[in-house]
Design a protein around this ligand. Structure first.
Ligand SMILES: NC(=O)c1ccc[n+]([C@@H]2O[C@H](COP(=O)([O-])OP(=O)(O)OC[C@H]3O[C@@H](n4cnc5c(N)ncnc54)[C@H](O)[C@@H]3O)[C@@H](O)[C@H]2O)c1
Length: 255
């Protein structure tokens, strides 16, 4: 099934807003950073790799808790304050339970769960002082649905959805709305496993496209995920808190 032609971006105004986007050098994070920037936000990316030159990057390994805390400070200094935090950086690595490599398990949790929690702590302090903030955590349908070999990833994403709810109820009265977006299949390099793009594989077509287990019969583009994240991160969202918005082409709606 072919991709829809890209519609015009909806009108979300981020003029004067300052945003921190983790994982903004590639994939979904890059699309989010570009979407916020094109709508007027000042954006700083936290990533291992450099983002596009028009975006400022604080280079950081999010697996290192101390480095995360100092990167948060650097980003705040660069922006002179913060209104939006998007925790998008993440990794995945397949590992079955009885062969679980605990070092790899801890690294996945450090990047996918502990870094977002630490960043929420550091950044939401500032947001709650100003009385305005929007936080969007990028999770996955893996927070609720599993497959063999995905234990560390599943635990990290389920944990981040739990953290999203707790942060949301603690911060709502301070004007800080915390939510999550859970994508399904998205066409990024994360879909390339051992050199093979799973979205081009027979496995994907047979199991998800041909039998319509994935109702939209295609993966999302990063821009489609970014659109939802941007809306939740905007002033247009004035009453959603502690929720997970699933953007998966209907995959998890099916029995
Ligand atoms: N692609 C999918 O199918 C899919 C589906 C559901 C959820 N997600 C989630 O979306 C998010 C983005 O994934 P993506 O597909 O764009 O992946 P990606 O690999 O294209 O981008 C991930 C970004 O995170 C950065 N990153 C990774 N480890 C880091 C570290 N230790 N320190 C700093 N930065 C680091 C990378 O450099 C990269 O820029 C992830 O949280 C992922 O779990 C992706």
């Amino acid at each position: 099934m072919s991709e829809p032609t890209m519609r015009q971006e909806g009108h979300l105004d981020f003029t004067g807003r300052r945003a921190i986007v983790t994982g903004g050098a590639n994939g979904i994070g890059a699309a989010i950073a570009a979407r916020l920037k094109s709508s007027g936000a000042a954006v700083v990316v936290l990533d291992l790799e450099a983002a596009l030159p028009e975006l400022r990057t604080v280079t950081v390994d999010l697996a290192d808790a101390q480095a995360v805390i100092s990167a948060a400070g650097d980003a705040l200094n660069l922006l002179g304050g913060v209104d939006v935090l998007v925790n998008c950086a993440g990794i995945s690595k397949s590992d079955r339970l009885i062969e679980l490599d605990f070092t790899s398990y801890q690294r996945i949790l450090a990047i996918n769960l502990h870094a977002p929690v630490l960043l929420m702590r550091e950044i939401c302090r500032h947001m709650s002082q100003t009385g305005y903030g929007r936080v969007v955590n990028v999770t996955s349908i893996h927070a609720r649905l599993s497959e063999p070999g995905a234990l560390a990833y599943d635990v990290s994403k389920a944990g981040l959805e739990a953290a999203t709810r707790t942060a949301a109820i603690e911060l709502a009265t301070a004007g800080v709305l915390v939510n999550a977006v859970a994508p399904g299949f998205v066409a990024t390099r994360m879909a390339v496993v051992d050199g093979q793009d799973e979205l081009e594989s027979e496995w994907f077509h047979t199991n998800y496209v041909d039998n319509s287990r994935l109702p939209l019969q295609r993966a999302a583009s990063p821009a489609e995920i970014a659109e939802t994240v941007a809306w939740l991160a905007s002033e247009s969202n004035s009453y959603i808190a502690g929720q997970v918005l699933t953007v998966d082409g209907g995959l998890s709606a099916r029995f």
